[in-house]
Design a protein around this ligand. Sequence first.
Ligand SMILES: [Fe+2]
Ligand SMILES: [Fe+2]
Length: 438
Amino acid sequence: MNLKMLFSFVSVFSLLLVLASSDVRAAESEAAVSTTPAKQAGQPGDLDYILKKYVDSEFFSYKELKANKKDHARFERFMEWQADADVKSMSREDQVAFYINAYNSCSTKAILDHYPVHTPLDVDGFFDKLKFKVGGEMLKLGGSDGDSMEYDRLIANYGDMRAHFAVVCAPPEVARLYDQAVESQWDANRDIAWDQLPEHHPDLERALDQVFTFLAENELSALYVPSRFVARIHPAYAEVAMFLSTQMADEARHIDVFLKRARAGGGGLGVSSATTSQSLLTLLELTDFTEAAFLLSVLGEGTFLDLLRFIEDHAPDDVTADIVQRARNDETRHVHFGLVHVRHALAHDKGLYQRLENAVRRRAATMAGAGGVPDALQDGLTILAAGSTSPKAVSQGHDAFRGLLDEMHHNRIKRLEHAGFTSDQAQTLSELHTPNFM
Ligand SMILES: [Fe+2]
Ligand SMILES: [Fe+2]
């Protein structure tokens, strides 16, 4: 997380401060009555004052605050108030706001204490070692050892994923990805030259029916998974909700175009497999957004990029190639979003590596009873690559299919390393990835 990001979060907590303003005002008036003038006591309004003065839409002026001794002292007084604040006496909403403010103000304090720094990661243990007194207890920013503001107070106690979005998500690339998605929309009826689709040998057409049925089936879960999270995104991170909406529109279009292609030869749809159903169910059951983005977008859709490229390379006609090429362009954006989100979250929380690895292992354990790549799909891809069912061609098609599996593994490792995993971790996680690819 860079400093720019850190302080786009600050604007969220100023927003939440406004939401919790009635109690804040009560606390202010109490403070005014009950404190002695010997040492001025801190109060919630001090932080509000600092934010209004030092936050300029995206940036926080650490340098200026550090240079202004009077204001710096006022910030420290807020930290003193926060250290011993009676959280239990607050309403539930105010408790959530309190911990979001605590997260952000403690981040600010850590930067000020170590200033100048380029990024929080320049400070050893910024998220998982530094401790701050908050609401009467010593807490860290991140991690999940039972004493982190983010996971152990905000998310564990309030079960409110909006809190996660308030302190972790929405890197600035998301807004650009949204713009790109809007510009890249296409239409499965108007933009595909369906009238130029040639007739193929029935064996090849059956293989295509099967492959496109499989694609459509997987696209359904790519549509459902983001839909589970959209309504839980904090309004301050509207770009994330907007991007996920474009992703859902993309997936609806992919389902449409893949089903049309599967049916175009007149043979109807192919079959579904227990492996695929089971694999997709494990995605639908996820409740953590970062785990879902990782499993669906980085691993699943990432692997799908290689699959779509393979189908495009072996497509027996230009119309079929055009369909998968268009879908692949959209999927590249979805994978990019997943990578951006996961990298951003990993940079911020070292404990996340382990949680993501655990999520992959849990999914692999659930899938342990399933076989490898579903037979019907393997046959479909082999015949597609072969171009016919002659023994010699099928043998070559089989080699091409084995090559695809190697390519998928190789590229998954690259994506995992890009997301921040070590080579060894990437190797292990890639091998555990589900045999239905998604
Ligand atoms: Fe898709
Ligand atoms: Fe997708």
